[in-house]
Design a protein around this ligand. Structure first.
Ligand code: NAP
Ligand code: MG
Length: 402
């Protein structure tokens, strides 16, 4: 069989620990035998981030912006324990944070659905994709405690020096206070990424906030979404039979629980933080959650939502064969290859990506899966296999499909 050709390289960002091991297995068994793979490789493993003083992460982010599509392995975000473990000279920042900031992107998280792994909410038949606005609000807030007699004021000083002041509260007892902000350019980029991604994946878009209570703040979010929709996206949505709805967050939560799924739910920073954990837990497993970073210019970075699975890696280092679930990492590769195929008009590459996903799902539906899924499988008898055995099963199904 001739290998499938590529034109533009994928930006490949390697990572750490168990996912780094799985990364190589996926390439060796599921991609390289079938695709004439072109990548521009960046080693984001922690030892190389240390050796390059984290320059490699910045270079990888720049390459992502240049070529448009990247696939990323999970990476360690250093903490004090990692400083000693890896003998680090600095507590390097989270690579995901660096890439997100460089691209000014929005993260979309969606579960991989398989028959036999049922969501906690039986009505959910299709994935629910969460889009979180990962900028400011309480994550950049200034907070403090208050004493009796303190007066909390919101003061802003305009460029010409004029002062606007509003009294928030006069404390008669001890209390707490907080000041937070957001900015139009970031909200607009977020909205644009959401509209584009909805069109791209042919799904309805919901945006929810609390504009009845926080009228200027959340009202601004609502208006930016609505203005963009009316002026730039309405016709495109209608042409595809898609809907954009703004709704109050409490209403959205109730609607979401009763829905069949199959939509994108855009949320402010804190709401997205909370709801993405709720939705991923309700769909079954972090190991089945994919993640894609999209920026307003149409740059994509695909990855798994889970981390480097450190506990499994330590067992692997002792010589044990682990049963770590590679699904989300496989789907990161298939997502990136599919998008590369779309951008370069390579139908064969897109078809390969689809077949890789289908083969992975077929193997699970035949009852063969990693230990984490076997424990929750309701589709009949489940056979738990090692990561390597699972990947080889997928390879067999994929070879036949090609
Ligand atoms: P984690 O790697 O997601 O793993 C937490 C636990 O979840 C694992 O111990 C395992 O449970 C289960 N799990 C996660 N993925 C799995 C998979 N594919 N197959 C089977 N089980 C899976 O989170 P963590 O242990 O908190 O973080 C480890 C490292 O990853 C940290 O250094 C963190 O900085 C990094 N991290 C990176 C990213 C990223 O690059 N996007 C995201 C999150 C965390 P059992 O042990 O019970 O089997
Ligand atoms: Mg969270």
């Amino acid at each position: 069989m001739d290998k499938i050709k590529m034109i533009t390289p994928l930006v490949e960002m390697d990572g750490d620990e168990m996912t780094r091991i799985i990364w190589q297995m996926i390439k060796d068994e599921l991609i390289l035998p079938f695709v004439d793979l072109k990548t521009e490789y960046y080693d984001l493993g922690l030892p190389n981030r240390e050796a390059t003083k984290d320059q490699v992460t910045k270079d990888a982010a720049a390459a992502n912006a240049k070529y448009g599509v990247a696939v990323k392995c999970a990476t360690i975000t250093p903490n004090s324990g990692r400083m000693t473990e890896y003998n680090l000279t600095q507590m390097w920042k989270s690579p995901n944070g660096t890439i997100r900031t460089h691209l000014d992107g929005t993260v979309f998280r969606a579960p991989i659905l398989v028959n036999g792994i049922s969501p906690v909410i039986p009505a959910w038949q299709k994935p629910i994709t969460i889009a979180r606005h990962a900028y400011a609000d309480i994550y950049k807030a200034v907070d403090a405690t208050a004493n009796p007699g303190d007066v909390l004021k919101l003061t802003s000083v305009a460029a010409d020096g004029s002062v606007t002041e509003k009294t928030v509260y006069e404390f008669e007892c001890p209390g707490v206070m907080l000041s937070q902000y957001n900015k139009d350019t970031s909200i607009e980029n977020f909205a644009r990424a959401c509209f584009n991604y909805a069109l791209d994946t042919c799904q309805d878009l919901w945006f929810s906030a609390k504009d009845t209570i926080i009228q200027s703040y959340d009202g601004r979010f609502r208006d930016i979404f609505q203005n963009l929709y009316d002026t730039e996206y309405k016709q495109k949505f209608e042409a595809k039979g898609l809907e954009y709805v703004y709704t109050l967050i409490d209403d959205a939560v109730a609607r979401c629980i009763r829905s069949k799924g199959g939509f994108i739910w855009a949320l402010k920073n804190y709401d997205g933080d909370v709801m993405s954990d709720m939705v991923s837990a309700a769909f079954g497993s972090l190991a089945m959650m994919t993640s894609v970073l999209v920026n307003p210019k149409g740059v994509y970075e695909y990855e798994a939502a889970h981390g480097t699975v450190t506990r499994h890696y330590y067992r692997y280092l002792k010589g044990e064969e682990t049963s770590t679930n590679p699904m989300a990492t496989i789907f990161a590769w298939s997502g990136a290859l599919h998008k590369r195929g779309e951008k370069d008009s390579l139908p064969e590459l897109m078809a390969f990506a689809d077949k890789l996903e289908a083969a992975s799902l077929t193997v699970i539906q035949s009852g063969i899966m990693t230990g984490d899924l076997a424990a929750m499988y309701t589709g009949g008898d489940a056979k738990a296999v090692t990561t390597k055995e699972f990947i080889i099963e997928i390879k067999n199904v994929l070879s036949k499909a090609l």
